[in-house]
Ligand binder design. Structure first.
Ligand code: 6PG
Length: 259
C-alpha cells in the first residue's frame, strides 16, 4: 500500500500526490495491475495506450518485475500508444522500443496484441495506418458505437514543460473527428516528426492517468489544472474524459504550486 494525498478537482477528476517519484511509480504499477484485473473481469480484455518520455520509465521497469507482472494475464492485454515518434521501432527515441525493452521483452504478451504506431513510415502514412488499426480493433471487438476507435480502458499521459500531452503541442491544429494525426514539433531535442492520438480518442477512455514528476513541471501543472482555460496554449487542458475518470498522479515537487 502506497500512501498519497487525494484531492478532488470535480466529479470525474482527481489528483493524487505522492511523497516522491518512487512511491508514485509503485502506486502506478499496482493501479495498473488493478485496472487490468477489473477490465479483464468485466470485458475479457484490457486495452491501454502508453506514453513515452522519462517519467514512466521507473513505473515500466517495476511493472515488468515479477511482483507486478506475474499478477497480469498478458494474453488479455492489448497495447496501444498515445503517441509515437517517426523513427524505426529499434531506434533510440521510439516509444515502442522504450516499452519493449522495459516490459514486452519480459512478459508473455502475444505479438498480435501489440498495436504499435509504425514509426518507420512517413508520419502521415503512419497516422493513417494507426487510424486503420484502431478502426479494425474496434470492429473486431464489437466495441464501436458509431465511432472509429475503441473506448480504451486506460490512457497513460505525460505532460511536457510547454503543456503538451501525447504529441498534441501548443497551437497544433487538431482535427478532433480524426482519431490520429501527424504532427511536427521540436521538444527537448527529441524526434520532431510524430503521430498522436487526438483528444477524441483520449477523452473516450474509461481511465486517463497523467503521470507527472519533478519541480520543473510544477508551474505547468498549476496552469493546466488551475489556470484559465486556454486549450491552444495548454494542450493538457484538452483532456477531459467524456464518461471516464481523469487522475493526475504527481510527486510532491510537481504538486508544489497547486493551491
Ligand atoms: C513523447 C511523450 C510525451 C511525454 C512528455 C513528457 O513521446 O514524448 O509521450 O507526451 O509524455 O513530453 O516527457 P517527460 O516524461 O520526459 O517529461
Amino acid at each position: 500500500m502506497v500512501n498519497s494525498e487525494l484531492l478532488m478537482v470535480n466529479e470525474n477528476t482527481f489528483i493524487r500526490v505522492f511523497e516522491d517519484s518512487e512511491h508514485l511509480s509503485r502506486y502506478t504499477a499496482a493501479a495498473f495491475v488493478a485496472a487490468a484485473h477489473g477490465a479483464i473481469m468485466e470485458r475479457g480484455i484490457f486495452t491501454v495506450a502508453l506514453s513515452g518520455g522519462g517519467t514512466p520509465q521507473q513505473f515500466y521497469e517495476l511493472l515488468a518485475s515479477p511482483a507486478y507482472a506475474d499478477q497480469i494475464n498478458w494474453q488479455r492485454v492489448h497495447l496501444f500508444w498515445g503517441d509515437e515518434r517517426a523513427v524505426p521501432p529499434d531506434a533510440d527515441g521510439s516509444n515502442y522500443k522504450q516499452f519493449k525493452e522495459a516490459v514486452i521483452d519480459h512478459v508473455a504478451i502475444p505479438a498480435e496484441n501489440i498495436h504499435r504506431v509504425r514509426g518507420e513510415l512517413d508520419a502521415e502514412f503512419a497516422a493513417h495506418d494507426y487510424m486503420r488499426q484502431l478502426e479494425a480493433f474496434a470492429l473486431a471487438h464489437e466495441c464501436v458505437a458509431g465511432n472509429l476507435w475503441p473506448p480504451l480502458d486506460l490512457v497513460l499521459l505525460g505532460l511536457g514543460g510547454d503543456g503538451h500531452t501525447a504529441s498534441i503541442f501548443p497551437y497544433t491544429p487538431i482535427t478532433i473527428g480524426r482519431p490520429t494525426q501527424a504532427v511536427t514539433a521540436d521538444y527537448d531535442g527529441r524526434p520532431a516528426h510524430r503521430v498522436t492520438l487526438t483528444e477524441g480518442v483520449i477523452n473516450d477512455a474509461r481511465q486517463i492517468w497523467f503521470m507527472i514528476k519533478g519541480l520543473k513541471k510544477a508551474a505547468i501543472v498549476r496552469e493546466v489544472v488551475q489556470g484559465a482555460r486556454d486549450v491552444d496554449r495548454l494542450p493538457g487542458q484538452r483532456i477531459r474524459p467524456k464518461n471516464g475518470m481523469l487522475t493526475f498522479l504527481l510527486d510532491q515537487p510537481a504538486a508544489n504550486l497547486l493551491q
